[in-house]
Design a protein around this ligand. Structure first.
Ligand SMILES: Cc1cc2nc3c(=O)[nH]c(=O)nc-3n(C[C@H](O)[C@H](O)[C@H](O)COP(=O)(O)O)c2cc1C
Length: 182
């Protein structure tokens, strides 16, 4: 049986200055069934080729959005990608069923600690609450959203923790896990 094909959209404004996103990207580079696609490197001027992106999406079963949490949301390059690529007639609306039944996996890191994402915490809301716009987007597009993989306190994790997180990420993308939607 061929393993599910996985498309990882890496959305960081400057991967060269990144510690977490860069490490996680390197950790999955050699996986056979995984296509790693760096949006900022591909579109430095933010002029997204929607036709090419839609073809890429059609050719994969699991879509990963891998990004640092910026202002309680996705980085601008991923928002731009969503605006240009998830169009009426492709991702939603009449005839817009190209993504239906595919799986969406969010992989993100936050500066704030986990405890700060709570009603009484510094960030006031839980991650589940803050991720609702992405959950709604997935729902509208017919994507099955998996449990997000989140690394909190990103600037403070040591090398060992970061490597263990990278190992979890690889396990999540492993063919068996991708097939069962674990
Ligand atoms: C422009 C910007 C906005 C950020 N906004 C948030 C935020 O809203 N909440 C949070 O917890 N961390 C925030 N951070 C911290 C980043 O999420 C954190 O530094 C990042 O996940 C580390 O990953 P990297 O090494 O790949 O950049 C922000 C960082 C930047 C540069």
């Amino acid at each position: 049986m061929t393993p599910p094909r996985t498309l990882v959209l890496v959305a960081h404004p400057d991967l060269e200055s990144s510690r977490i996103t860069a490490h996680l990207t390197r950790a999955i580079m050699d996986m056979d069934h995984v296509t790693v696609h760096d949006l900022s490197a591909t579109y430095p001027d933010r002029r997204i080729d929607a036709v090419r992106e839609q073809d890429l999406l059609r050719g994969h079963d699991t879509i990963v959005w891998q990004f640092p949490w910026h202002w309680y949301s996705v980085p601008g390059v991923l928002k731009e990608w969503m605006d240009q690529v998830l169009t009426y007639g492709f991702a939603y609306g009449a005839g817009g069923d190209a993504l239906r039944g595919k799986r969406l996996q969010l992989v993100l890191s936050t500066g704030g600690p986990e405890a700060s994402y709570a009603p009484a915490g510094h960030n006031r809301f839980t991650m589940d609450e803050l991720l609702r716009p992405l959950d709604a987007t997935a729902h509208l597009c017919g994507l099955d959203m998996a449990q997000p993989l989140i690394l909190h306190s990103a600037p403070r994790v040591d090398a060992g923790e970061l490597q263990r997180h990278a190992d979890r990420y690889r396990e999540l993308l492993a063919p068996a896990a991708a097939a069962t939607g674990r």
